[in-house]
Design a protein around this ligand. Structure first.
Ligand code: SF4
Length: 81
């Protein structure tokens, strides 16, 4: 049996829902660089209208901007950074 790396949002979930943009930027970076579930989470939340938190490496401001700019409500997936 193999073990996966820890899922970052489970280690300090408050940062994923912090009102502080510095905390959310940290959470986004953790998602994108350290989460073994990134692609699955990104797909799960690609069309989410969730208004709070960082999901799949996307914070609520970026998610809202993607929803506003998507012509059919579909969101383009973020590119790797
Ligand atoms: S990509 Fe999803 S599961 Fe992974 S740390 Fe971010 S919010 Fe959590």
């Amino acid at each position: 049996m193999t073990s996966l790396a820890p899922v970052p949002c489970r280690l300090d979930p408050d940062l994923w829902f912090s009102p502080d943009p510095v905390d959310r930027h940290y959470a986004v970076r953790q998602c994108r660089t350290a989460c073994p579930l990134l692609l699955a989470c990104m797909r799960r939340h690609a069309t989410s209208t969730e208004r709070h938190g960082v999901w799949g490496g996307i914070d609520m401001e970026e998610r809202a901007a993607r929803l506003r700019s998507a012509p059919t409500g579909a969101q383009p997936l973020p590119t790797a950074t």
